[in-house]
Design a binder for this molecule. Sequence first.
Ligand SMILES: Cc1ncc(C[n+]2csc(CCOP(=O)(O)OP(=O)(O)O)c2C)c(N)n1
Ligand SMILES: [Mg+2]
Length: 537
Amino acid sequence: MNTVADVLVETLQAAGVDTVFGLPGGENVAVMDALRRYGLRFVLARHESSAVFMADATARLTGKPGVCLTTLGPGAANAVAGVAHAYLDRAPVLIITAQTPDALLPDHTHQVLDLAALFAPITKGTFQVQPSGAREIVRSALALTTNARPGPVHLRISNEDAAQPALPASHQSAPTDQLPALRSEDLAQARAQLAQARKPVIVVGVGLEPEQPYAALRELAEAAQAPVIVTPKSKGTLADNHPLAAGVIGLTRTDPAYAILDEADCIVAVGFDVVELVKPWGQAAPLIWVAPWANVDPTLPAVADLTGPLQTSLHQLIDTAFATAPDWGAARVTALRQLLASRVLPASSTGQLLPQTVLQIVRQHLPPTAVVTTDVGSHKILAGLTWPMALPNRYLVSNGLSCMGFALPAALAAGLALPGQTILCLTGDAGLAMALGELGLLAELQVPVVVLVLRDNALDLIRSAQVRAGKPAYGTEFINPDFVRIAAAYGLDAYRVNNAAECTSAIQAAVAGMRPTLIEALIDPVSYPTTPVASQQ
Ligand SMILES: Cc1ncc(C[n+]2csc(CCOP(=O)(O)OP(=O)(O)O)c2C)c(N)n1
Ligand SMILES: [Mg+2]
């Protein structure tokens, strides 16, 4: 008879899961052995939150739920940042932890934490897997990760229960979110609003995955002549060289694309989630809500809620009789682009590379299909605002939570999900330090990840906040190790670059070699968009 562990793994396999990321403890032995026997790949992360980031990246790139595993108390606690990321970045991730057997409680307290309470605020649900109804609970937990607004779901299972024979359910299994149906009055209202708009704008967010209605979205934008504004997580939805691609919001309070959004007289929000914005949503223009989940948590004031599959809703809007002003659309986007192109970067006083120069050189040598992952800090804001994406769903970032330590594990998972694809992992020096152990996993996996660390010996974004507040830098500068020697010790190719020529040859070698490579770029952060301008200090 199949054990609970067998049933758990069979159910994952039936859902198309072939890889589990994690870091096991002694209480996971039965589940680990089932993973081995059923032939699932187990990827041993060096930190539990890395495993969750990897599960998220896998989910985004494969369209199937990502799965990770940790032990009880300490492993689960270490996974919290990752799970919180999955929660606020709307990632369909199943997190399986061990737990102390019920029979030992309450007298046994070693490593015992209330895991349901720990995960309740940062998951869509947390459930115990027991012999009775094991298959049903795993199946419905997996379904819950992707249902309506995606997010993480937690399963806990003791080693003792995992080794028991699985039994059919004697009780109702976990509920899934229900999606309200598209209402014809909302549709009519949306079309009427769009038909009278002179300056429509489409705002796109994280919710396009996994449905990927990119073509329908482009059709609607072109039919309406509506500029398309994306969030960091939806960069590339419309190729950045498309005449209607108006840029990104969600990085700073003054992202340039707000200039266009603020002029809109009708906003179509497609898979949009304000969790990505650093400032509260305050747009006065009438809003049409188009998403595969209900307009709740928080509810945006909307004239129409089109809730349901995106493709269906978008197609219903395309044949509206639009009345867009001739000087709107591509003309308005061109004007914004010209304004941004006319801005002059400050020069480096140290003679070091500007981050803009590094990114430009690296971009020139990367294949257009490359996946880009970024960490969190000044470098993320620069890349989010300026890195052009030609393809959708190739730009991975922690933005709802904005959690440091994301970029490297996400890049590793991308390397596994898309074999043979070059991956750029753009990270700050502090963010890399948080995930440094994963260089060991990179060396093991031998996926063609280029780790580009922008070394400024600072938590630059936080130091900038101090300077902007009129305070001196304090607790935000640090001494870095020699990243090149560390990478070399892991067996990776590694380069330090201090000028454009060195940067060019390093990225050329990394891309040609298709081997894991670290490039340490010594940069002057003076030109970051977040660096306070001297006259304003
Ligand atoms: C886990 C986590 N801790 C702290 C922060 C707050 N934080 C945001 S950016 C930043 C600085 C990151 O420094 P670095 O990785 O060097 O990037 P830089 O800003 O220098 O480009 C910090 C501490 C965070 N977002 N995530
Ligand atoms: Mg830094």
